[in-house]
Design a binder for this molecule. Structure first.
Ligand SMILES: [Fe+2]
Ligand SMILES: [Fe+2]
Length: 288
């Protein structure tokens, strides 16, 4: 198969482009000094986003006795971070709408997976740097967006690769690399670069299967590794793996980056499960 990353990303007219509002909200997440006023004024420029946030704020999950009519009120009741996360989720979710399933590839499954990864990345980020939790949440939500691009742009070839990965029980990016010479992580990184998203977010997406990139050092590597780990934990829970050995088999890089004992790792799995449980409403409110 003869493909190149630029051509593929150029062929994605069918994928929605990023809206100005989504772009601004994502930008804000990588800036810890974003204020309530800034968030409010961006949300206010989009009526449909405003309506969706208010619908969520008024849903039975929050059980608030009176109807919330404004974003200001929603921020007071739900909290700034929560409203920011809901706004990003709605923005990213719009890319999943209207994308059709192809042989074996289920858009709903992918959405649930990226949402799980985002929630786990946010939890891991809390210990590392609470200020940047929202940025990690965005990284988790966007990390597999390259799969959507491939599904739209490559169609049968993507179905073939996807099926092959399932049959052989080998990670999709390994098979992609073998057949295409690039992966969905490369495609996702390229797409986000075109959208001019902050470079930390581009890196988290581009390297979510490669936690040892030579070109990146210092602080930035930590964010990449948090999303990398969150992705693995999301798979661990979803595939009902039993021990850290399954991870070591799944990914040869893991032992080079993390030195968890079996117990430490299983504790992390338990905490991740709790986070997904506690945030079940995210999965119910945002359904593809
Ligand atoms: Fe991936
Ligand atoms: Fe993933």
């Amino acid at each position: 198969m003869d493909y190149d990353v630029d051509k593929i990303v150029g062929r994605i007219q069918k994928l929605p482009t990023i809206s100005t509002v989504a772009f601004e909200i994502i930008q804000m997440c990588s800036n810890p000094s974003t204020t309530v006023k800034q968030l409010k004024s961006v949300i206010a420029t989009d009526q449909s986003l405003t309506a969706q946030i208010l619908r969520i704020a008024n849903s039975s999950y929050y059980n608030y006795p009176r109807t919330i009519h404004s974003i200001e009120r929603a921020i007071i009741i739900l909290g700034f971070r929560m409203v920011q996360d809901i706004a990003i989720s709605i923005a990213v979710y719009s890319f999943y709408r209207g994308i059709r399933n192809t042989n074996g590839f289920d858009v709903k499954d992918l959405w649930r997976h990226v949402l799980s990864t985002a929630l786990i990345a946010k939890m891991l980020g809390f210990e590392y740097d609470p200020e940047l939790q929202s940025m990690l949440y965005v990284g988790g939500l966007l990390h597999d967006i390259g799969k959507l691009v491939e599904n739209v742009a490559l169609q049968e070839d993507f179905s073939f690769i996807f099926e092959k990965s399932r049959q052989e029980g080998v990670r999709l990016d390994v098979i992609e690399d073998r057949f295409f010479n690039f992966t969905h992580a490369d495609i996702g990184g390229k797409l986000l670069e075109r959208w001019k998203l902050p470079s930390q977010i581009v890196d988290m997406v581009r390297y979510h299967h490669n936690p040892v990139p030579e070109s990146i050092s210092g602080e930035r590597i930590h964010y990449i590794r948090i999303v990398y780990l969150a992705n693995i934990l999301a798979h661990f829970i979803n595939k009902k793996w039993k021990s850290i050995h399954a991870v070591l088999q799944y990914d040869i890089h893991f032992k080079d980056v993390f030195r968890f004992s079996e117990q430490e790792f299983m504790d992390l799995v338990e905490r991740s499960k709790e986070v997904l449980q506690d945030n079940q409403m995210y999965f119910e409110i945002l359904q593809v």
